[in-house]
Design a protein. Structure first.
Ligand code: NAD
Length: 794
């Protein structure tokens, strides 16, 4: 049987259903989104009123915070809403139906029963249940329906969380499992984990256990919420939101459902009693203190005077008190170590309060995971992946165990009176004492065959940390390195604080072009950090401005311009690979790449006006050049206006696709959905350019020229800025910055007949930049960004 998905439907337009519909639309698949007819519209003939719930789900997905569930406004237009009465027959036209109704077995069963007679004979049906076994949902369905059915367990928010758990039912076609694995990986950019049909599958079973033992230790041993979050955060390779901020984000009500389901459905689990919320948490659910969506949970933000304050819940009194940041010597000792394994090792072997709790929680979680894995997964790789991709852990439980040393860890556990599960005993006796071995290739201990089996690949990945470890560093300074990516490709990696551009980064960019020409076939600029680059190092600019070092600021700006021009006109192909925040100077580096391979979650923008200046690393020039080629027949002004409108309000694209609409990335640049594949894809792009170059099918770009409107055009843009000021939408200094921007974009004092070079525009950018640095209000903006991280509207 061969499967394909050209059209889809989602039933249930709640937080998950709407999120899934949005993500399918992001993948260019038209989706029908259905929900029930609201009771007050049961008799109505007004179609819009009857489909109101689905419509509201769609609107919430569009406006979701911190970012829309959609990559672009255009993808949102691929979703059509309807209701489960009037539009039910239309389900017969789709290739995939995803059920995402409320978590009630009878409602899900009834949905599938109604779907059976209308679905297309080869349509795939999936459920997004958090934990109801497939076998129970499929009771009463035909064999054919069951062959086409599986569970697709997405995590919230669907757009951002990489994990997708796939769970077969009793009769699921194995070919369908394979197809969905491939579809989810390649089309939806998900990290697929295969689970057995057990309560709450892998991620939530282990994740819930981990959170519940944390609560128990916290209460028994008197830790505060802040102390736990300090311990279970980045220092242990967990996300910044640690335990309790993550719980507030996910919602304690949702968690309570998962916990209740686990308790009810795990009668034989030796640790069943842990699957109960402590009284204080039950009371929180009762009071509706369920987290961010209710405005309060374990933490609460309140307004005081001009600012905001965070309060923390005291579980003993259920009262909020001001947050008290936690500090531990053991954490301070390890937190700056970039090696996550060394941090974890250091912390669990410390004997202060943080070390003690870190060890207790690690020991409990590792033991429960090892005891449960054979029941919930085919292998331990899927468990490690579930925890990394669903919970943003840097390393999975079995990887952690290897890093701590299975033997040493087991000895300590036994000495403390804990019992080792059979899987650990087996590994201790297998001759290596490891869950994973690296030679001759990365393999895991397979508890089914009692032998090492190669880890199934997740697609091409390339980690710069691994290149550092295997001594592939060609050159390095304090802020950047050149790394050998193999096959003649040289990588420029930034590793400064927030990857802010300084002289060291610029030096390494220049070095890459010169060194690249001599000894390499291509250059990739990318890194493993969450944010590609937040822009120029403002501290240095501000210091220069405060001391009136205008020539120095001019020289520093020119250095970035020259480096970017060298990238653009490099003889060896240059591919830039941004991900995460790519702002100001970071965006300018991307815009000078001969090729771009962007992670879909790239937030790129020329945001310099927030710092009271204009883009001066070639950003104005490149945006003009792009719009000029897009609208050549309309004369110079539309390109100028587009560029002005984009830069003057510090537009930041909300995805790589959105970035294409603004011109930050070209339509023929490439996008990778799975961040882990980004650098491997960028390297492949670079090699493809090399091949094209060798065949004479690719050449470095030709220098561009510009015709710009001059002072006449500038006047028009200045009037726009004045108009915004009159409406209260722009401050006096916004108008000053805008008029400098207008000056650059319209070509300064040129005549519309002049032909300007790239260097002419670069000179204008620099002139405006230095002039703006002289304003006190610009310096205030820079200082505010440096101290608060937020732009100041002065
Ligand atoms: P939700 O309450 O936000 O939305 C459920 C939607 O289903 C509502 O809009 C409701 O009107 C609709 N609905 C109820 N009965 C229906 C019916 N008979 N036909 C059509 N629509 C119907 O819930 P949610 O959080 O979106 O959860 C949906 C499913 O996804 C549940 O099975 C849940 O366990 C699962 N899930 C939730 C999360 C999460 O974090 N919220 C994560 C993974 C899986």
């Amino acid at each position: 049987m061969s499967y394909s998905i050209k059209r889809a439907a989602v039933i249930g337009a709640g937080i998950m259903g709407a999120g899934i519909a949005a993500h399918l639309a992001n993948a260019d698949i038209p989706v029908l989104l259905l929900d029930i007819v609201p009771p007050d519209a049961a008799e109505s003939t007004d179609r819009a009123a009857r489909s109101r719930i689905a419509q509201s789900g769609l609107e919430k997905a569009l406006k979701a915070k911190p970012a829309s569930a959609f990559y672009t406004a255009k993808s949102a237009r691929l979703v059509t809403v309807g209701n489960t009465v009037d539009d039910w027959e239309t389900l017969g036209e789709v290739d995939l139906v995803v059920e995402a109704v409320i978590e009630q077995l009878d409602v899900k069963r009834d949905t599938f029963a109604r779907l059976e007679p209308v679905r297309k004979s080869d349509a795939i049906v999936t459920s997004n249940t958090s934990g109801i076994p497939a076998a129970q949902m499929m009771a009463g369905r035909s064999d054919d329906f069951q062959r086409h059915f599986l569970i697709t367990h997405f995590f919230n928010p669907v757009r951002f969380l990489k994990l997708l758990e796939l769970v077969p039912g009793p009769q699921t076609d194995p070919e369908l499992m394979r197809f969905m694995g491939q579809f989810a990986t390649e089309k939806l950019g998900k990290g697929v984990v295969y689970c057995k049909d057990t309560p709450n599958f892998i991620g939530n079973r282990i994740g819930a256990y981990g959170f519940l033992v944390t609560l128990r230790h916290m209460l028994d041993e008197g830790y505060t919420i802040e102390e736990v979050d300090a311990i279970l955060g980045p220092v242990m390779g967990r996300p910044r939101s640690a335990a309790f901020r993550t719980a507030d984000l996910a919602g304690l009500d949702t968690f309570a459902h998962v916990v209740a389901n686990l308790y009810a459905n795990l009668p034989n689990d030796p640790q069943r009693e842990i699957f109960k919320l402590p009284d204080f948490a039950l009371e929180m659910v009762k009071r509706g203190w369920i987290g961010d969506k209710a405005g309060q949970g374990f933490y609460k933000r309140i307004r005081i005077d001009e600012g905001k304050q965070t309060l923390t819940l005291d579980p003993a009194t259920l009262e909020y008190r001001p947050e008290q940041p936690a500090k531990f010597a053991s954490i301070d000792a390890v937190k700056r170590n970039p090696d996550v394994y060394e941090r974890i090792r250091g912390l669990v072997n410390s004997d202060d309060r943080a070390g003690k709790l870190a060890w207790e929680l690690t020991a409990d979680t590792l033991l429960y995971t090892a005891a449960t894995t054979p029941e919930i997964a085919d292998d331990l790789v899927n468990v490690d992946r579930a925890m990394r991709w669903g919970f943003n852990w840097e390393v999975g439980p079995f990887e952690t165990w290897d890093a701590l040393g299975v033997e040493a860890t087991a000895k300590r556990m036994v000495a403390e009176g804990r019992t080792l599960p059979p899987l650990v005993e087996e590994v201790l006796g297998n001759g290596t004492g490891r869950f994973y071995v690296e030679e001759p290739q990365r393999s895991y201990w397979d508890f089914n065959t009692h032998a090492y089996t190669p880890v199934p690949p997740t697609g091409p990945t390339l980690s710069l940390a691994a290149l550092h470890k295997s001594e592939k560093v060609v050159k390095s300074n304090g802020s950047a390195s050149l790394l050998d990516m193999g096959e003649g490709v040289l990588c420029v990696e930034f590793h400064a604080k927030m990857n802010a551009i300084d002289a060291d980064i610029i030096a390494m960019l220049n070095e890459a072009v010169t060194e690249g020409k001599k000894n390499w076939r291509a250059v990739v600029i990318g890194n493993d950090a969450p944010d590609f680059c937040v822009g120029a190092n403002l501290f240095l600019v501000l210091m220069g401005a405060k001391s009136g070092a205008w020539d120095e600021i001019d020289r520093g700006t020119r250095a970035l311009q020259d480096a970017n021009m060298a990238l653009k006109y490099s003889d060896v192909p240059v591919v830039v690979a941004p991900a995460g925040r790519t702002l100001g100077g970071g965006a300018e580096i991307v815009m000078h790449g001969q090729g771009v391979r962007a992670a879909v979650e790239t937030y790129i923008g020329l945001v310099e006006v927030g710092a009271g200046v204009v883009p001066a690393g070639g950003g104005c020039k490149e945006l003009l050049a792009r719009w000029q080629t897009l609208t050549p027949e309309q004369g110079p002004f539309p390109a100028v206006r587009h560029s002005f409108e984009t830069i003057a309000v510090a537009t930041v694209a909300t995805s790589a696709y959105d970035a294409m609409n603004y011109g930050f990335i070209r339509k023929n640049d490439a996008i990778t959905w799975d961040r882990e594949r980004l650098l491997a894809d960028a390297k492949a792009d670079a090699l493809a350019l090399v091949e094209a170059k060798d065949k004479g099918a690719w050449r470095k770009p030709e220098p561009q020229t510009f015709r710009l409107p001059g002072p006449g055009g500038r006047l028009v843009l200045e009037q726009v800025a004045e108009g915004l000021k009159l409406q209260g939408k722009a401050s006096e200094h916004d108008v000053v910055v805008s008029s400098h921007l207008a000056y650059v974009l319209t070509g300064g004092n040129c005549s519309p007949l002049d032909v300007l070079s790239e260097q002419d525009i670069l000179d204008l950018e620099r002139e405006a930049f230095v002039e703006l640095c002289k304003f006190e209000k610009t310096q205030e903006r820079m200082a505010a960004l440096l101290t608060t991280g937020k732009p100041l509207r002065n």
